[in-house]
Design a protein around this ligand. Structure first.
Ligand SMILES: NC(=O)c1ccc[n+]([C@@H]2O[C@H](COP(=O)([O-])OP(=O)(O)OC[C@H]3O[C@@H](n4cnc5c(N)ncnc54)[C@H](OP(=O)(O)O)[C@@H]3O)[C@@H](O)[C@H]2O)c1
Length: 283
């Protein structure tokens, strides 16, 4: 029995099967002072994470019951204590806006927004009950404040996450519960691989006026190695996560990668039309 565990600060991370979530869970669990709950959607990933020595619980953000059960299980293990929630689990649904059915858009929001929101509310309740302190860190995206063609569903879900998070920050201003958004640009992970699966599942390029643009999107989604310049490893996000978790006064926003800094700057200085002309060249 490891007695230090009782004083370690519990942190829940969603989407730990790969990429940023996996890296952050692995690194943070080795850092003194933390007890990391590395959650994952699929049972086989939970088993794999446990095999690697991580404390893992199954949590599917798209399933309301799964979110409730996973959170209850973790709170039972921590004695209703929670230092931080890192809302990381999400996927990108590619597709032109006019090709997104209501069901496909809803599916995107079920995971990226509604499940995340459900979990955040559960976390806030515990954070308030333990004296009004804690950290909520949202893995948003550069696409949470600028849009690119063919990424409307994903961008909408991240804009919505930003809207809820900005509001939450105002509402929690009289507590010691801090809300931070991390806004990465391109990061090495399984993100494009998983987005390609959702593209195949939900989009029919042959039935679309955007057929040619889908060919370019397919090439980008299936390209080996980094698809674009300035791609960083997940550790770049982990460094910002540590600041959000450990700084006495964490920032509302953490940019990650050069494209995020550049587009953040351009959004502030350009007109909407001016920014559109830049974004059309990138997309
Ligand atoms: N990679 C980038 O360039 C980039 C840039 C900006 C922001 N982000 C954000 O970074 C976060 C992590 O993405 P990543 O780059 O690490 O991609 P990733 O390797 O695809 O990881 C995404 C994780 O989210 C999980 N997930 C998907 N649907 C879920 C659900 N219904 N319930 C619970 N977990 C679910 C995935 O699990 P499964 O394996 O079960 O699908 C996976 O563990 C996301 O929020 C993403 O939007 C990524």
């Amino acid at each position: 029995m490891n007695n230090t565990r009782t004083i370690d600060r519990p942190v829940i991370i969603t989407g730990c099967s790969s990429g940023i979530g996996y890296h952050c869970a692995s690194m943070l669990s080795k850092r003194p002072g933390y007890r990391v709950f590395a959650t994952a959607r699929k049972a086989e990933d939970v088993a794999r994470l446990k095999g690697q020595g991580l404390e893992s619980v199954q949590l599917d953000l798209a399933e309301e019951q799964s979110v409730d059960e996973a959170f209850a299980e973790i709170m039972q293990r921590t004695g209703n204590q929670l230092y931080a929630l890192f809302n990381n689990g999400a996927y990108g649904q590619p597709g032109a806006v006019e090709d997104l059915s209501r069901a496909v858009l809803r599916e995107q929001f079920e995971t990226n927004l509604f499940g995340t929101h459900q979990l955040t509310r559960l976390a806030i309740r515990v954070m308030r009950a333990q004296g009004g302190h804690g950290r909520i860190v949202q893995d948003s995206s550069v696409l949470g404040f600028v849009s690119l063609a063919m990424r409307g569903a994903y961008s909408a879900s991240k804009y919505a996450l930003e809207g809820l998070s900005d509001t939450l920050r105002l509402e929690l201003a009289d507590t010691d519960i801090h809300v931070s958004l991390i806004e990465p640009g391109p990061i090495e992970s399984k993100f494009r691989h998983n987005a390609f699966l959702m593209y195949r599942k939900n989009i029919n390029p042959d039935a679309s006026v955007h057929h040619d643009k889908y060919l370019a999107a397919e090439a980008r989604l299936t390209k080996e190695g980094p698809a674009v310049p300035f791609t960083l490893p997940p550790d770049a996000v982990y460094k910002k996560l540590l600041q959000a978790l450990e700084h006495p006064c964490p920032r509302p926003r953490y940019y990650v990668t050069f494209p995020t800094y550049l587009l953040g700057f351009l959004k502030r200085v350009l007109s909407t039309r001016g920014l559109d002309s830049v974004l059309r060249k990138i997309g």
